[in-house]
Each structure stands twice: as structure tokens, then as C-alpha cells.
Design a protein around this ligand. Structure first.
Ligand SMILES: [Zn+2]
Length: 494
């Protein structure tokens, strides 16, 4: 260990001692290398709680459950949505009427500071997933992490009082992180889960990014949407002014971006090309970039506040974050996920490394960014840029990406990058999100036991501190889960 490493690791230990009273708290609460899986309420109801726990332990070598406790989304809640095949366990029926909400029981005293109603998910009567699963899991030595995410339905009472405001002054159906209603809602859930239940930790996820990336369509999601970017609500305007950001110039810049995207979409290529014209907007309106940072700071302040709250209540229970898959495709979002900065407010990071759906998703990112920032390049050149800038070795060419997926080598590289990012000292653990049967299109790559085995092996060979099988047990085929367990038993649980 050289001097710098020594200082860094001793600083990390000192910070851990200062914040939590003693170092190595995560290891004391959880297995040394947790083998986690994300699982939602429906699986326990469909298959029986003990049976699910048996299956997970036997097939997947699972010792830590990431219970989906709050979401209105279908990614981590409910069964497989219609259009994707149901797996070889659970009820063979689609739950089209899935609603979502809090799958545990809320306690009103924790939500006094927010307009957002803490709704119990109406899906399963009075069922409380933590109350049901926790005692049975603990009896077996399994750990429980509450897993909650920023996915709402539009009709949640009081949600409209937390909406972002876009560049044209219109409300958008997504919560502003600077709005106290939003912050107090997440703090309420954090406190409720930790005070009301003997859970072993928390994980929160936000699959969102800032206005610049959204204007560019720099993700595998819905494409460029420059007219709806935000946030320009009073809370964000005040934060901008405090930071010395020129609000008017930021708005003008985003409107210039909107016109630039509009021109490119209607095949009116600017005389100077897409990239030079973009760069001109940026240097003339640097506040565009400042607004991107401002948005990220709003999210990071939320993480900081949740982390602080969690550790005030339960100093020794880990709190960490799900890092969205866009981190694997877009160098822009990737740059904004600074793992070293995360170490200030994270006990662990679940960095999403879904190798299988990663293929079709990367292809969609290429299509999106090729319609804006990289419109001067061909799609193949854009793919090459994405691979080179993110230091991938030999992933499939664009025309094969959707059927090939990404490789186990990608999982290994992303693991090593994350470990290097958080640095020595081990304060912040890296528990990669490994995919099993994340839905893909009809003709796109499907998960196989071989590629699950290779991905799990690659991540542990690269030094991962644990894994989280994702996205949810109710969409995983048992032979694929078994392959994960086999790789775990050959690498970490001999
Ligand atoms: Zn705002």
C-alpha cells in the first residue's frame, strides 16, 4: 500500500467510524458477499412464502432478499407483463390490473411533511410483504433489504404538488427532487421502513436523468424530448440563482436545443452539421450545462438526506442505490455517475450490468443519439464511438446487437470500473445487478443458463463484493436461476 492509498483507506475508515461508530458495518449486518435477488409481493402470494425462500436458497444460493416494497411500476412489481412469456413457476396468468404503491404498511406520522399520499398497494388486500417475509427469512439466516423506486402513477393524490415544471412553464408528470413534498416523501418511507420493521437495509432507485441528456435523447428510453425538459419550478429557480446561474440564458439555450432537435428530425441538417451547431449552443448558453448539474445536485441532495436519515435511525444498516442501465450506454449519463462522489453517501451501489437486454437497449440508445448529437455519423460509427468511449472490447456490431446481447466481458469490465471508481478501503461495496430474463422484444436475445453463469462468474472474477439478481423473481426461469447458483457456488460459496 502506498502513502496515498493508506491515507485514502484510513480516511474512509475514519469516516466510517465517525458516522457509524465502528468500521466494517456492512459486513457485520450482511453476509461477506451477499447473494441477493429482487423479489416482489406477488411471488410469495402465488407460490407460498416458505416455498419461495426454499427455492431461492436452493437454486440461486440466495442469502439476501431485495423486497420490492414501493413502486407503481411493472419493472420490479407484479408478474411478467402481457407480451412477455410467463416463467415456469408462479401463477400462469397475467395481472393486467396491477396497480402498485407501498407493499408494506405505512404509518401516517412519517408523512406529515408531504402532499404525496402514502398509498398502500391495493393489489393484494391487506397483505404486507415485509411482515410476512421478514420473520421467515430471518429464521433461515436470510437478510431483508427494502427496495423502493421513483416510479409513480399520475393519479396518486398530492403528486401534482411535487411535479417538475418544464422549460415552457408546463407541469410534467415526474417529481422534482427539490420540491419539499418529494424529499419528505422519500424521507418518510426511509424512516417508516427502518422504524416499523427490523429490516436489514435499504436500496432506492431513480431511473431518471437531467434536462440536457433528456433533450438529446441520450438513453435507451423514449428518445429526445427537448420540449418537456426541466426542472424550472420555483424551488429550482431559487437554487439556480443561489448558484449564480443565468436562468434566462439557460431557458434560451434549452429552447435553442429544442429547435436544433426539431430541425434534425425534419431532415433539415444545419449547414455546420449537428455536432458543431450543438457545441455552439453550449458555448453560447453554458447555463444549459449548469442546469444539468443543478438537476443532478437535486438528486444527490436527496440521496444525501436519505442516507443521513437512515443512519440517524439505524447507523449499522446499509443504504445504497440502484444505478440505472443508461450508465452502460450513454457516456453522458455515465460521466454524471461519479462513483467516487457516491462514496460520500453510499454503503453499496447496485450498478446495473444487464448483459442480455443490454444488447437491444444499447441498439435503442444508438438510434436515439444518432438522431441528435451524432447525426453527422452513421449508426455503425456511433456504435463504435459508444464502445470506444466506454472502453468496451469486442461487443456485437449494431446489426447483431439485439440478438447477441452484451458479453460477460462487459460485466467484468463494468465491475472492475466500479471497484476502481469507489477506490480502495471497501467502504462502499459494489453489488452488480445481474440480469435474469429481463423482457426483450420477440426476436431479441433471451437469457440462457450459459450466459447467466458466465455473467455471475465474470463479476466475481473481477472482484465484485456481492450480486443482486434482477429484476424480479416473478420473471425468472428456474434453469437460469439455477445457473446463477451454480456460478456462485463455484466462485464464492464453495
Ligand atoms: Zn424543480
Amino acid at each position: 500500500m502506498n502513502r496515498r492509498e493508506f491515507l485514502e483507506s484510513s480516511t474512509a475508515v475514519a469516516a466510517g467510524v465517525a458516522a457509524f461508530g465502528w468500521p466494517g458495518r456492512v459486513a457485520a449486518q450482511l453476509p461477506d458477499k451477499p447473494i441477493g435477488i429482487q423479489v416482489g409481493a406477488v411471488s410469495f402470494l402465488d407460490e407460498g412464502t416458505d416455498k419461495v425462500l426454499d427455492t431461492l436458497a436452493e437454486l440461486g444460493a440466495i442469502d439476501t432478499l431485495f423486497l420490492a416494497t414501493f413502486t407503481y411500476g411493472r419493472g420490479i412489481g407484479g408478474r411478467q407483463p402481457r407480451g412477455s412469456a410467463l416463467p415456469d413457476h408462479g401463477k400462469q396468468e397475467y395481472d393486467d390490473d396491477y396497480h402498485g404503491g407501498n407493499f408494506a404498511t405505512h404509518h401516517p406520522q412519517y408523512y406529515r411533511g408531504t402532499s404525496i399520499a402514502p398509498q398502500k398497494a391495493p393489489d393484494y388486500g391487506g397483505y404486507d410483504v415485509i411482515a410476512d417475509v421478514l420473520p421467515r427469512a430471518h429464521k433461515r439466516g436470510m437478510r431483508i433489504i427494502c427496495w423502493f423506486e421513483d416510479v409513480f402513477r399520475k393519479d396518486v393524490p398530492g403528486l401534482d404538488k411535487a411535479f417538475e415544471v418544464d422549460v415552457h412553464g408546463q407541469p410534467q408528470m415526474r417529481v422534482c427532487y427539490r420540491n419539499p413534498n418529494t424529499l419528505n416523501f422519500w424521507l418518510g418511507l426511509t424512516e417508516d421502513y427502518l422504524r416499523s420493521y427490523e429490516v436489514d437495509g435499504l436500496m432506492f432507485g431513480s431511473e431518471r436523468q437531467g434536462p440536457l441528456n433528456n433533450a438529446l435523447g441520450a438513453s435507451h428510453g423514449g428518445g429526445p424530448a427537448p420540449s418537456t425538459v426541466g426542472c424550472f419550478c420555483p424551488h429550482c429557480l431559487a437554487a439556480a440563482k443561489k448558484d449564480g446561474i443565468n436562468v434566462e440564458r439557460a431557458k434560451q439555450g434549452y429552447i435553442a436545443l429544442e429547435n436544433w432537435v426539431g430541425a434534425l428530425k425534419s431532415q433539415q441538417r444545419p449547414a455546420d452539421g449537428a455536432f458543431v451547431t450543438f457545441w455552439r449552443i453550449l458555448v453560447e448558453h453554458p447555463d444549459v450545462l449548469a442546469w444539468e448539474r443543478l438537476w443532478n445536485e437535486g438528486l444527490r441532495d436527496t440521496y444525501r438526506a436519505m442516507y443521513r436519515k437512515a443512519h440517524e435511525i439505524a447507523p449499522q444498516k446499509p443504504m445504497g442505490w440502484h444505478i440505472w442501465h443508461t450508465n452502460s450506454f450513454a457516456p453522458f449519463y455515465r460521466a454524471e455517475q461519479d462513483y467516487r462522489m457516491f462514496t460520500q453517501f453510499s454503503d453499496f451501489l447496485k450498478v446495473v450490468m444487464y448483459h442480455n437486454s443490454g444488447g437491444p437497449r444499447m441498439a435503442r440508445y444508438i438510434q436515439n443519439i444518432n438522431s441528435t448529437l451524432f447525426a453527422d455519423l452513421t449508426p455503425d460509427q456511433t456504435t463504435e464511438v459508444a464502445y470506444r468511449l466506454q472502453q468496451y472490447a469486442s461487443e456485437a456490431p449494431l446489426d447483431k446487437l439485439s440478438t447477441a446481447g452484451l458479453s460477460a466481458d462487459y460485466v467484468g469490465r463494468e465491475t472492475r470500473r466500479a471497484l476502481a471508481g469507489v477506490g480502495p478501503g471497501g467502504k462502499t461495496k459494489i453489488w452488480p445487478g445481474i440480469e435474469i430474463d429481463v423482457p426483450t422484444g420477440e426476436k431479441e436475445k433471451k437469457t440462457t443458463p450459459e450466459d447467466v453463469y458466465a455473467a455471475v462468474k465474470a463479476t466475481f472474477d473481477a472482484g465484485a463484493n456481492g450480486i443482486i439478481l434482477s429484476r424480479k423473481y416473478s420473471e425468472m426461469r428456474l434453469d437460469n436461476l439455477r445457473a446463477a447458483g451454480r456460478a456462485v457456488r463455484e466462485t464464492v460459496k464453495r
